[in-house]
Design a protein around this ligand. Sequence first.
Ligand SMILES: O=C[C@H](O)COP(=O)(O)O
Length: 237
Amino acid sequence: MRMLVSVRSVEEALQAAGFGVDYLDLKEPAAGALGGLDTARIKDILAAVRPRHPSLMISATIGDLQAIELTAIEHAIREVADAGVDLVKVGVPGQGGAAADALLGRVALCGRPIVPVLIADDGIDEGLFAIACTLPFPALMVDTQAKLGGSLVERMGPARLARLVATARAHGKPFGLAGALQLRDLPALRELKPAFAGFRSAVCEGERSGSLVPARLKAVHDGLAADRTAFCEAIAE
Ligand SMILES: O=C[C@H](O)COP(=O)(O)O
């Protein structure tokens, strides 16, 4: 399972990359679940990270826009993609509905590498998820908007997440889980085996708008890679 970390600055990006994370996700955590950075900041981060970590996959978010704001979303996608990131993350209401359908359809055809992030706070429509798996997105994610009501694993439960992982796997679609995931979720994540897991809250001092903590980055990084038994022994010490 690969590790994604959300970062907001050159300093954080280099710090996370130095810990061997697989994906950097550029966002402003204080501005919401998918809070966007301005494109000048995105370009500064890319200029600092690319020469040192040329194979690192780097995504960025477009901000917490409403699904009905299609024109604003398409404009933001173009701006973020043109800044030079590999992937652009776009929030989609996970419970489905007409606005979610329309948004998925539009962004699937926009010609940019979009990762739809299905927001799970009001549930995930498994039909919508299955449709998203058939569309030409390089990857899919599920995440949460509210970060203080428990982790995604606690809020959705492993059984429902396992069905999503199985659907994505059946379609050969790389699929990542995020949503205030904590160290205590790592055993469940290793059982679920999504392609990747995303972190911010668990690797910060205090809430997710705080600074990255090297020891937490290392704990999550090592915990994702470790054998389950070895990991449980280590955290029990
Ligand atoms: O895309 C990943 C998210 O930024 C993870 O943040 P979180 O752990 O605070 O939910």
